[in-house]
Design a protein around this ligand. Sequence first.
Ligand code: AMP
Ligand code: MG
Length: 486
Amino acid sequence: MKSLTDLTFDNRFARLGDAFSTHVLPEPIAEPRLVVASTAAMALLDLDPREADSEVFAQLFAGHKLWNEAEPRAMVYSGHQFGSYNPRLGDGRGLLLGEVLNDAGEHWDLHLKGAGQTPYSRMGDGRAVLRSSIREFLASEHLQALGIATSRALCVTASSTPVWRERQESAAMLLRLAPSHVRFGHFEYFYYTQQHEQLKQLGEHLLSCHFPACLEQAEPYLALFRQVVERNAELIARWQAYGFCHGVMNSDNMSILGITFDYGPYAFLDDFDANFICNHSDDSGRYSFSNQVPIAQWNLAALGQALTPFVEVDALRETLGLFLPLYQAHYLDLMRRRLGLLTADETDEALIQRLLQLMQGSAVDYTNFFRELGDSAPQQALARLRDDFRDLAGFDTWAADYRARVASETDSQEARRTRMHAVNPKYILRNYLAQQVIDAAEQGDYAPVRELHAVLSRPFDEQPGFERYAERPPEWGKHLEISCSS
Ligand code: AMP
Ligand code: MG
């Protein structure tokens, strides 16, 4: 266990030089106080959990202090936003402080979000508000607990520094951890500015630091692209299986590591709705729940384009073609498990599709449906769940087919329950729950956000006494409008 002063840095990205990032010092926020910290994330840096209580912790993560070995840099990138190319984005309000080398030999980027203006701030103030920092913190640590690959969050620090959005809010900082902060948009930036030497340097950095196995392949860049395609196929399958809607799948928000990245107006589905749009600013529904699959493929195509100086177009196209079948295989596998099925049957895909069609337009809570389906024997569970479906005759036909499918597998109800509860969370990060703890935190009460974080860190466990967190949203919490403004 280490203290904060014991961290070892090895700043590999900073060493790539000024074509890739710019040295910028964090601008501190006033009267910093720790809102919430993740001991699981601290463990990635071998940090003693008690360090979160030290005064220097809040100071370090509010820009007041810096390790001698840190090299704060704002990264440059570009990307496709809502389908249009934006030639210059970059870290407008976040800084890569450095890379910490842990005892296991892993590198973890320390990224301070909300650290003030940089050369890439454009018209922005370089700040992040408390509301969006708490939302990113909760989601990062919750998705990790759900088994969905994601960047991590170490802590949120609040302040008295005012910030203007639609109303006056206060500035906060989030300390984000990830093995790399390279996005699809990094490649696009060097490709579209025709800096092919730097594009190559970026590729080599990623290959040697993050994809060393690809270096052994005949075509390392093609192998890298294949890795990104494979990882995204699995990631998006998990999003779809668990009802996670990212909301801003611009190519600058897509991690090259295939992890969930840059949380904005995200949401988990409450009632199932394939057409759900969580981003209030997304008028056309480009990033609707069901569009996430084709959009991920679209973004991968944008990344592939930026790799054309190194790889034949046909080979890239062929590799891109792997995305959908891989996605479908992962998704089917996850949904089978969510339904408690042990074996694969060729009718399963239709069984799943029919269920979702019945859920569409009904008032079926997506998370609770699967949890309750595993709670008791199929006959009883289905009888209880039936009431929320609009098409009762359709549901009865589906339920009969499902029961027959379960009966075809030899398995005790007890084993089935345990297996299903291990993949069907009882607790999910619902927007109304996040809103409640944000309201309290904005009044200076951090106990609710800490409690919610603790509950959501063990989403599959029963947690007696905390059942209220598993409840469906109240009327006011069903239609919260979450905008891009953060
Ligand atoms: P995001 O929507 O958070 O993914 O951000 C898109 C781009 O806008 C990135 O280049 C951000 O760094 C930048 N940006 C977002 N908010 C701010 C802000 N308040 N100040 C400066 N830049 C920002
Ligand atoms: Mg972003």
